[in-house]
Design a protein around this ligand. Structure first.
Ligand code: NAD
Length: 350
């Protein structure tokens, strides 16, 4: 039996959920609801059932699951209305804008017994999975630094993402994905410090980029950089362990690893710099190291909906838990605080 889904908000991401539902082996599309007449008209022209109002969605007993793909500021009221009407809810990310609001939403989920989760679909990204695998297998020895970067070159999109009242800005937009990934990589470590700086290159209204350093209690750090005004992009991931280094240059590229097999070298050949020779910064030879390319992780993002449906059938538990949602949003809140106050936030371990 397929679970009937209504997509609320038929914009860019709502369109993705609709496309997914039309091909899915676990959900079927009941229809969509969007406040904009032109989006409803577009859906109709594509043969999609369009509800006449949110109330009509909520009153349809055949709708079991609602996916909310609206701008960030209205996730909370829509999610609560859906759960109160007996619907299970997937919210697009960020699930909402502050931890207190999220706790209210979780309380409604617990009271109504309805599933409530967030679409952290980038847990299925192969670049992230390759780094998570390096961490878990200790292939680089103990990892002490993970740098996760994404660099665009067109500024922040000119839609609601550039406006504060809609929950715009890159920390909420891409930050939430990369923070969620980082906390999945350092899954067993507690956060002990947070430092964040914002970029305002193309707008002063919201952050159009940020640099966030998360310190963990084992001494390791996660560095996240999102930027939208870079005409030369830095590598997607750069990872340092005590025995090796790894790099993923681009979303589409595999992970490349260099392992140091013998710490002590025979003869170090110096490299020439502008001001003279250096041995300290000379790369290692191929006698003391070996390198390889990691196999591409196997991943299917459609497993997200498969997990939701298995959870509804009592055969699984939701992959993105309430606890994880609160932790990620707490990091976002502390990152805003750090950027505003211009200092490292050292809170109790998180
Ligand atoms: P969008 O502007 O393209 O679409 C939003 C749609 O929501 C619009 O059609 C708008 O009319 C509609 N809408 C606004 N308020 C509404 C309401 N109260 N009821 C019903 N419809 C309403 O935005 P988007 O790029 O599709 O982003 C939507 C959400 O998806 C955001 O939360 C965003 O962060 C998220 N998103 C997630 C991913 C991902 O990879 N998980 C990617 C892109 C966007």
């Amino acid at each position: 039996m397929k679970h009937r889904l209504c997509v609320i908000g038929y914009g860019g991401m709502g369109g993705w959920h609709v496309e997914h539902a039309l091909k899915s082996d676990v959900v079927e599309l009941a229809g969509i609801w969007d406040i904009k007449p032109e989006r409803r008209e577009l859906a109709r022209s594509r043969g999609i059932h369009v509800y006449g109002s949110l109330e009509e969605v909520l009153a349809d007993p055949t709708v079991e699951l609602c996916t909310i793909a609206t701008p960030n500021d209205v996730h909370k009221p829509l999610a609560i209305a859906c759960m109160e009407a007996g619907k299970n809810v997937i919210s697009e990310k960020p699930v909402t804008l502050c931890v207190d609001d999220l706790k209210e939403m979780i309380a409604v989920s617990e009271r109504t017994g309805k599933l409530f989760t967030v679409h952290q679909n980038r847990r299925w990204d192969v670049d992230f999975l390759a780094v998570k695998d390096l961490y878990q297998t200790k292939a680089l020895g103990e990892i002490y630094s993970v740098e996760s970067r994404i660099h665009g070159s067109r500024g922040i999109p000119s839609d609601w993402r550039g406006l504060k009242e809609y929950g715009g800005g890159m920390l909420y937009d891409w930050g939430i994905h990369l923070i969620d990934q980082m906390l999945q990589i350092y899954a067993n470590e507690k956060i002990v410090s947070i430092y964040c700086e914002f970029d305002n290159v193309t707008t002063d209204v919201v952050d159009d980029g940020f640099r966030l350093t998360i310190g963990f209690d084992n001494g390791a750090r996660g560095y996240i950089e999102v930027a939208t005004c870079n005409f030369i992009a830095m590598p997607r991931f750069y990872v340092l362990g005590k025995k090796g280094s790894a790099i993923i240059r681009d979303w589409r590229e595999n992970c490349n690893v260099v392992i140091c097999d013998y710490w002590h070298e025979g003869e170090v050949i110096p490299v020439q710099t502008a001001a003279g020779l250096t041995k300290t910064m000379a790369p290692r030879d191929e006698i003391t190291t070996h390198s390889y390319e990691c196999a591409r992780p196997v991943s299917d993002v459609h497993d997200y909906y498969r997990n939701i449906c298995a959870t509804l059938e009592g055969k699984a538990t939701q992959i993105v838990t309430h606890e994880q949602m609160v932790r990620v949003l707490t990091v976002i809140e502390l990152a805003f605080k750090s950027a505003e106050e211009g200092k490292i936030i050292l809170d109790k371990p998180l």
